[in-house]
Each structure stands twice: as C-alpha cells, then as structure tokens.
Design a protein around this ligand. Structure first.
Ligand code: SF4
Length: 380
C-alpha cells in the first residue's frame, strides 16, 4: 500500500521536539513548512477539502487531554470501557463508512508531539484505580500503524507499556505496516486488524491494505510473539454476505493461531444520521445506504435487529467452530442482541470490562495480570 503525504507543516513551537525531528528525518523529499497554529488553521486547514487534508500532516503540541475514555455510545447499548490515546487525529485512508468524516473538525492529519504528557496521563489513570486492568488504544481517531513508518510511535509505546502492570496497548489497523513493530518487545501489546471481505475492501476501504496483506502481517506479528485482535466492524450487509464472510473466517484461521487471539469484536454498520449526506457527496457510487436502516435508541442508524442478529449468529458460529475458546464481544450492541446470539450479556459496561480481564488473565499468564476481582470493576 502506498499513501503519499504531500506536505508536512510544523508548528514552530515544536520544531526541536525529538518526535518532530524523527518524523522529518523519516520523510525525506516531502516538502516542509514551519508555521504557527493560527496561520495553519486559516491558510491551510480551512482551505482544504477532506480528501486534500488527508494528504497533509501538521505536527504540533498540545498540553493534556489526549488520553480519555472511549466515547462509546449511550445506554442501552453496551460498551467495553476502553481508553483511547488520541495522539494522531485523522487518517490518510478513506473508508466510505468512516465516522471521522462527520466527527472531526479538521481535514488534515495532526500529530501531537507531547509524549511525556501522554505517559503521565496514563500513569495517573493506572494509579487512580489500582486492581483494575486497563486496555488502551491509539486506533480511535486514526489508524494505529498507518503513519508508523514515519512516526515510529509504536516503539515509544512498546517501551512504556512493557514496564506496566495491569495495562496493555492495542494497535488497531487496516494496514500491513508492521516493520517498526516487529523490532520491539511484544510484551503487553495486542496488534489488531479490522477485517472485511476483499470485495468490500475494494469498494469501501480505499487506500487500505488488501485482506491477504493484513492477514500476512498478522501472521508475522503472531510469529514474533504478539497477541492479536480482530475486529469484524463494520459488518456490511450485502445480498451475498454469507458467501463473503464465511471464506474470510476460513482464510483468517488458515494464517493465524486462534489460541493467540486476545479478542474479536463484532459490530454492524452504524452511523450518526448526518454522515449519510457527507458520504453521498464524497462517494456518490457507494451502496452503503441501500439497505433498510432504523434509528437506534442512541440516535445512530443501524440495520434492523433481526438482520443484525442473523448476521452475528452466523459469524459467531463460524468463529466458534474455528476457536471455541475465543473471547468475542459486541461493540455498541444491546443486551438483547447479546442474549440472542451468545445466550448471555454483561450486566453493565463495567462487567464487560471485567470479562476482558478475566479472559486475558485465564488465557495469557504471560501478561502477569493481577487476579481480576469483580469488585474493582463494578466499583469504578
Ligand atoms: S481506516 Fe479507520 S480511521 Fe481510517 S478512514 Fe478507515 S475507518 Fe476511518
């Protein structure tokens, strides 16, 4: 995969930061310009379309607030109490369904240089709830690995997390950019891939790696000792969805060992209503909205429940055939859907968080997690 960055702007106040120097060194030949934040906003960011902004990187500084709880969604849908690290914002790939099109104000990619602040915030959070196991991730407002060949941030995070207890970091991606990662310690790291059948990647996940490239990268990470994750999210309905998703699962398990998969998530297409107008303008040939959608209790559009349940049941069944011990969870689904597919549901977001810790503690002793105690989850 090749995604060109056309220009790098650097906020003058961070020009001497080590991360800035590293990025500029790793991006020879890309035009650079030093600029202040206001001028960048007016002269650059405000003038670019989203497609243009996705080819521009702005390196800047920001104090605090890069580490926060995943915004998730509203009850009754269940979320997993993940913690996101938003050091990079915006993504150079272009998925038709991407909610960042509606969610982010700025079209350009922004890299925050304040590593020390990020690490301080993480340490503060860990100290505030001893006994709770935390999952962090950098793949919420961008892709965790798509810029890693220039930022090499995975190296900094790997060093930091390898010394932590009761915490791990997930790098979530649709790329095969694992070169930096393959050289670091796999301790306390889960590398995860969002997957879809290749025909859907072709029509809806522009500039991302092909499925076989993603699975090959996953296999290489597993061979190196990393735990893996997979996200079937968003699952898209097409008339032939079964003929697409079943072979995908076969292909996945032909390349990776299910006993080394930390978790698998399932989530079907969902989006805030305002996204539709943006997608129809940017991707006029998209078939994303051809199916019937209902408005869920959190205000987001979703496939009707019987459709979601049917797809989840089949996909969950195919996963269980391959790896009966797999930890599978739903992202933003209702307790009723959990019950109809898995026969049970967590009583709360905190309970789901506890289920993660319990599964990881039981299946991966090398993580050296404290024995999870339900009280430390339900109380916090
Ligand atoms: S890879 Fe993720 S963040 Fe990037 S465009 Fe696709 S959905 Fe959005």
């Amino acid at each position: 995969m090749s995604i060109p960055i056309k220009k790098i702007y650097v906020d003058g106040s961070v020009i001497e930061e080590p991360l800035t120097e590293r990025v500029l060194e790793n991006a020879p030949g890309i035009p650079e310009e030093i600029i202040d934040v206001e001028a960048f906003q007016e002269r650059v960011a405000d003038q670019l379309t989203l497609s243009q902004g996705k080819r521009v990187l702005f390196i800047t500084g920001q104090k605090g607030d890069l580490v926060k709880p995943c915004p998730g969604t509203l009850a009754p849908y269940l979320c997993c109490r993940y913690t996101v690290i938003n050091q990079i914002i915006q993504c150079p790939m272009d998925c038709t369904y991407c909610v960042l099109q509606e969610y982010l104000d700025s079209p350009v990619m922004i890299l925050h240089t304040d590593m020390d602040d990020v690490f301080e915030d993480i340490d503060g959070l860990l100290a505030s709830q001893p006994g709770r196991f935390f999952r962090f991730g950098t793949g919420e407002l961008s892709d965790s690995l798509v810029l890693d060949h220039v930022t090499e941030l995975t190296r900094d995070y790997a060093r930091f997390f390898s010394e932590k207890r009761n915490a791990l970091i997930e790098f979530k991606t649709k790329t095969n950019r694992v070169e930096t990662l393959l050289a670091v310690s796999p301790k306390n790291i889960v590398v995860s891939w969002s997957v879809n059948p290749q025909p859907i990647i072709d029509t809806d996940e522009f500039f991302s790696a092909r499925l076989e490239e993603r699975l090959d990268a996953a296999g290489r990470c597993q061979d190196r000792g990393f735990l893996l994750g997979f996200h079937f999210d968003p699952i898209l309905y097409t008339p032939d969805w079964e003929a697409l998703y079943h072979p995908l699962i076969q292909q996945l398990f032909s390349r990776v060992d299910g006993s080394r998969i930390a978790w698998v998530s399932l989530g079907s297409l969902r989006y805030p209503p305002r996204l539709k107008e943006i997608v129809l303008k940017r991707f006029p040939r998209s078939r994303l909205f051809y199916e019937e959608m209902i408005r869920g209790m959190d205000g987001k559009m979703r496939y009707p429940k019987p459709m979601r349940v049917e797809m989840y049941r089949k996909i969950f069944g195919w996963l269980m055939e391959k790896a009966p011990d797999l930890f599978v969870y739903f992202c933003m689904e209702s307790p009723d859907v959990w019950d109809r597919v898995m026969g049970t549901h967590p009583a709360s977001n905190a309970e789901l968080d506890f289920w993660f810790a319990r599964s990881l503690h039981r299946r991966f002793p090398e993580l050296e997690l404290d024995s999870p105690n339900r009280a430390s989850y339900t109380a916090s």
